[in-house]
Design a protein around this ligand. Structure first.
Ligand code: ZN
Ligand code: FE
Length: 752
């Protein structure tokens, strides 16, 4: 029997070779009809034998491209027309309900072969196909078609066009398709000379890197700075050039085998490294490459080549790894324009490699870490953004401004949340401009009309100010409630939970700085059931740069001034004058907001153990504390739980251990166990009181693998269901998603 059906597929289905794959499947099942992209998704009209249509539909989830993701399939009976073939019809834009933009995809193996074999693509560094290549970074508008990308200035040559229109070709409808005859080209700028001959560029680039020179190389989402990973000298040069004292640099390795030589790689890490997204993965080092790549940390950020240029470079290079870090000075956004690179990066580099295709949407390399055998996003950007997150709640028209330090924003479309790529620290002027520009672009690209906005309670966050400037109805959300909500919606939770949020900072509704918080909450509201004891935070936010000052504040609070005389050995590395100034600042309560921050507690312990007295980058002290900690130790310190959680006995016991010459590795391990014990303790008490069995963990402190793995293990052993973040960062990069979910829920309940 012959029937006709309309199949509407939503999800990540545009720009990933979806329609051609549908075409080929339809042909193989002898079906007639059409497939079309419009901005509601992919629409398939099929006619044929009922069995064939059923087989075709059942093949959809597995037969479609690797980088696509189907979120829904709707099937309707339609009238039989009598098609005589199967065809792909041109993109139409019929409504304002826009579907997704594909993130960028790392170069596929077949394209790497083409670079060696295919006549018009020998050594062609922009080779791509429907299965790989740039997407989000070059897209200016939807629907995704070449004229709406930065490829619009490169008319296809006849050969490329033949591939583009040939349904059986791997480049059929690949929008960025290009070859040596028609596509973009690289240029190497060195001193005052330039060359655009690719073999020469590759030769010179590899030679310069090998000889310890610094280079700027244009990547997919922005410029990188590159140097020899095995040369202490060039890494020092790079640190100086970037004004970056201690922050770790990422490495790119030639291939997975060389990574495994230097790093410990688990199966999950292996899969993550080699996935089509090619993110940076934070791996534990087996063999030290250089002392100054990630100072004081046991892990190094590592990735594999994801552009043809990277592969071509490693073929020439005789070293298996290079430093590849974002091309910016200090904390500014990564540079994307050739002009800017040639003016500002050329000053600090020996050569600059550009190409003549514009990067439209800036993306940094994404950063991931495997904790508890699951991949966790630390920085969500290239090859992840702007993939949507599916929610069980209507988010249409809601804009969430995000946090401030590690900003991402978020827009609501239907039942989806579209998170921006990592934006950065808004206090930096250029980053704020990037924020505002990206918001404008997302509104346009996704046909988004903001009806309602949501912001952090902190009135001085630049994101809060931006939200207010929109002049539309808005709602305020407490920072740690947003963290928990972010984790809840990622895990499709919409009920009362025990929410535990540990991080560096966030304004509480009593005006204090929160960050070691225990809630009973749902998506709409929360009540704070316990928290870390308030301690004065001398100097306000600036104290996060000086862990020793927070340590002094803890010790003064718990033991009075005598400790600074009686335990003088603990303070041997602290300047006496600075110490007494600090003590008088705390005692006279000048600019000393109270804080319950977990980040500041970890800072203080790191300082007390002499691991990190002053931090040169965000969260350095807690990361170093995690790195030195003995994972295998079982002991813990005591603490006191009343209405608050006091660490007085914890500090006393740590000092005792220090005086008994217990190693800092063991002390750090015992301290981690103490925090895990507190989590379990409060969770059990709360379950006894409320009957709630679901525990949600979020906040930047849960990027600590010891803390998260041990908490997960013990929560599960204590009969809890626990929920943690994977796809969305548990740091402030995930805040906007939580804000969006809370606003959507409040709107649904009419409590705004
Ligand atoms: Zn390809
Ligand atoms: Fe936070």
């Amino acid at each position: 029997m012959t029937v006709a059906k309309r199949i509407i597929i939503k999800g990540l289905v545009q720009g990933v070779g979806f329609r051609p794959s549908i075409y080929r499947m339809a042909i193989s099942h002898r079906l007639f009809g059409t497939v079309e992209n419009n901005n509601t998704g992919v629409i398939i009209n099929v006619e044929g034998a009922i069995n064939s249509i059923e087989n075709f539909i059942s093949e959809l989830p597995t037969g479609t491209p690797l980088a696509s993701k189907i979120s829904s399939i709707n099937i309707d009976e339609i009238d039989y027309i009598g098609y005589t073939d199967f065809s792909i019809t041109k993109s139409t834009s019929q409504s304002n309900e826009v579907t997704e933009i594909s993130p960028d995809i790392a170069t596929c193996d077949e394209c790497l072969q083409d670079i060696k074999k295919q006549k018009n693509r020998i050594n062609y560094a922009f080779t791509n196909c429907t299965n790989c290549g740039p997407r989000f970074t070059i897209i200016k508008d939807l629907p995704y078609d070449r004229p709406k990308t930065t490829m619009d200035v490169f008319p296809m040559c006849e050969q490329c066009n033949n591939e583009y229109v040939n349904i059986l070709d791997r480049r059929f409808h690949a929008q960025p398709v290009a070859c040596n005859n028609c596509g973009p080209q690289y240029t190497l700028h060195q001193n005052n000379s330039q060359t655009s001959e690719i073999s020469e560029i590759i030769n010179k680039t590899s030679e310069l890197i090998y000889n310890n020179k610094l280079l700027a190389i244009k990547g997919l989402g922005g410029f990188h700075l590159a140097c020899n990973a095995f040369s202490e000298e060039s890494i020092q040069l790079l640190r100086k050039a970037k004004s970056r004292d201690g922050k770790p640099f990422a490495l790119m390795f030639k291939d997975i085998d060389s990574i495994e030589k230097y790093m410990n790689v688990s199966k999950v890490e292996h899969n993550l490294l080699t996935s089509w997204r090619k993110p940076i993965v934070l791996l534990k080092q087996k063999e030290l490459i250089s002392n100054s790549i990630s100072i004081g940390l046991d892990r190094v950020g590592v990735m594999l080549p994801y552009m043809p240029f990277h592969h071509m470079l490693f073929e020439k290079l005789s070293i298996p790894a290079i430093v590849l870090t974002s091309g910016n000075i200090s904390d500014e956004p990564i540079i994307i324009s050739n002009d800017e690179a040639l003016s500002s990066l050329h000053r600090i580099c020996d050569a600059v490699v550009t190409y003549n295709r514009d990067i439209y949407n800036r993306t940094d390399d994404s950063v991931t870490k495997v904790i508890g055998n699951r991949a966790r996003l630390i920085r969500r950007s290239r090859s992840y953004a702007p993939s949507p997150i599916e929610l069980n709640i209507n988010t249409e028209g809601i804009f969430a401004g995000g946090a401030e330090l590690v900003n991402c924003f978020c827009i609501g479309k239907g039942n989806q949340a579209i998170m921006s790529q990592h934006i950065g620290d808004l206090k930096n002027l250029e980053t704020l401009e990037f924020y505002e520009e990206s918001i404008e672009r997302y509104f346009k690209m996704f046909r988004f009309k903001p009806e309602m906005a949501v912001m952090d309670m902190h009135p001085d966050y630049l994101s809060s100010r931006f939200v207010e400037s929109l002049n539309i109805p808005s709602t305020k959300v407490q920072h740690h409630h947003a963290h928990i909500a972010s984790c809840m919606v990622e895990n499709q939770l919409d009920e009362d939970v025990i929410g535990i949020s540990f991080d560096g900072t966030g304004l509480g509704d009593d005006g204090n700085v929160w960050g070691g918080e225990f809630f009973v909450c749902n998506l709409a509201e929360y009540s704070r059931i316990n928290h870390f004891e308030y301690i004065p935070q001398p100097g306000g936010d600036a104290v996060s740069k000086h862990p020793w000052r927070m340590m002094v504040s803890y010790l003064l609070q718990y033991f009075g001034e005598d400790i600074f005389k009686n335990e003088a050995i603990l303070f041997k590395d602290i300047d006496n004058q600075e110490l007494s100034t600090l003590l008088s600042i705390i005692k006279s309560n000048i600019n000393c907001p109270l804080t319950s921050s977990s980040g500041r507690l970890f800072d203080s312990i790191a300082a007390l153990l002499g691991i990190c007295l002053n931090a040169t980058y965000h969260a350095e002290a807690p990361m170093q504390l995690e790195s030195v900690a003995n994972y295998n130790i079982d002991e813990k310190y005591s603490y006191m739980i009343t209405d608050i959680i006091s660490f007085k006995t914890t500090f006393a016991e740590i000092i005792k251990d220090l005086n008994s010459n217990i190693g800092i590795s063991d002390i750090a391990g015992k301290f981690h166990n103490t925090i895990v014990d507190i989590i379990i303790n409060i969770a059990v008490n709360t379950r006894n009181e409320t009957g709630i069995k679901k525990v949600v963990l979020s906040g930047g402190s849960f990027q600590n693998s010891i803390l998260l793995e041990k908490a997960e293990k013990l929560l599960s052993e204590s009969g809890f269901e626990y929920f943690t973040q994977t796809e969305i960062p548990s740091n402030d990069g995930g805040i906007a998603l939580g804000q969006l979910a809370i606003a959507a829920k409040r709107r649904e309940l009419n409590i705004i």
